[in-house]
Ligand binder design. Structure first.
Ligand code: PGA
Length: 245
C-alpha cells in the first residue's frame, strides 16, 4: 500500500503558475513511492497535464457534469476530461454541495458518468458542525454513502472524508475522530476502498492522520498550493506508511 496524497487547488493557480508548481514539485519527487494527484481548475488542466507528462504526478479535475455533451452552458463532461489527460475527478465536494447546491441525486449521476468514462472519482462526504455536535455524524455519513453510491460499483472509487467544520478553518479532526469515521466507512463499504481524510491537513498533522489504520491518504486544500508544503505532506505520508507496513 502507498499513500494517496491529493491536492485540491480549488480556484487557485493559473495555467502559468500551475506549470511552475509541477516543475518545482517534480524536482523533488525522485524517490517518492506515493500516488500524488493535483486537481487544478479546468483552464489550468491542459498546461499541468503537459508539464506532468513525464513525471509521476497525476492530474484530476475538481468537478464535471454527468451528460456526455449538449446544451449545458458552462459544464464539462467526463469524456472531455479524459481526452484532456485527466485521470481522477472530485465529485460532491462540500463547496459544490453548499455553494452551488449540488444534491445527492446529482452526485450519484456524476459518479456513474465518471466511472462509465473510465475516470477515478474521489467522492467527498462529511458532516456539518451541528451534526457532529448533536451526535449525528455516522447517520449523516451513512445517508450520503447510501444516496451517492446507489447503484454504483465502489471498486474504482476513492472516498474522501471531509468534515465540513474542518475545511479551510484551521480546525482539523483529531486523528482519533477521523479514524473512527474512516473505520465506519470502511466497514460500511466492506473494505478494499481507499479512504482519504481532508480538512485543514498540514505538514504538522499529516503524519498523525495517515498513521491511523484506516486513513489511506489525504485530500489537501490550502496546504497543497505551494510545492514545498505539499511535498512535506507527501513525506509525512511516506513515513506514516512505512510505520504501518
Ligand atoms: P483545506 O481544504 O485543506 O483547505 O481545509 C480541504 C478540501 O476542501 O479538500
Amino acid at each position: 500500500m502507498r499513500p494517496l496524497v491529493a491536492g485540491n487547488w480549488k480556484m487557485n493557480h493559473t495555467p502559468t503558475s500551475g506549470e511552475t508548481f509541477i516543475k518545482e514539485l517534480d524536482g523533488r519527487m525522485d524517490k517518492v513511492d506515493a500516488d500524488v494527484v493535483v486537481f487544478p481548475p479546468f483552464v489550468t488542466i491542459p498546461r499541468v497535464v503537459e508539464a506532468a507528462r513525464k513525471t509521476r504526478i497525476k492530474v484530476g479535475a475538481q468537478n464535471m457534469f454527468w451528460k456526455d455533451k449538449g446544451a449545458f452552458t458552462g459544464e464539462v463532461s467526463a469524456e472531455m476530461l479524459l481526452d484532456a489527460g485527466v485521470e481522477y475527478v472530485i465529485i460532491g465536494h462540500s463547496e459544490r454541495r453548499n455553494i452551488f447546491g449540488e444534491s445527492d441525486e446529482l452526485i450519484n449521476l456524476k459518479l456513474k458518468s465518471a466511472l462509465k468514462a473510465g475516470l477515478k472519482p474521489v467522492l467527498c462526504i462529511g458532516e456539518k458542525l451541528e451534526e457532529r455536535e448533536s451526535g449525528m455524524t455516522m447517520d449523516r455519513i451513512k445517508f450520503q454513502l447510501n444516496a451517492d453510491l446507489s447503484g454504483v460499483d465502489v471498486e474504482n472509487i476513492v472516498i474522501a472524508y471531509e468534515p465540513i467544520w474542518a475545511i479551510g478553518t484551521g480546525r482539523t479532526a483529531t486523528p482519533e475522530q477521523a479514524e473512527e469515521v474512516h473505520g465506519f466507512i470502511s466497514e460500511f463499504l466492506g473494505g478494499g476502498v481507499k479512504i482519504l481524510y481532508g480538512g485543514s491537513v498540514k505538514p504538522t498533522n499529516a503524519y498523525q492522520l495517515m498513521v491511523q489504520p484506516h486513513i489511506d491518504g489525504v485530500l489537501v486544500g490550502g496546504a497543497s498550493l505551494k510545492p514545498d508544503t505539499f511535498y512535506d505532506i507527501i513525506l509525512a505520508g511516506l513515513k506514516a506508511f512505512e510505520e504501518k507496513r
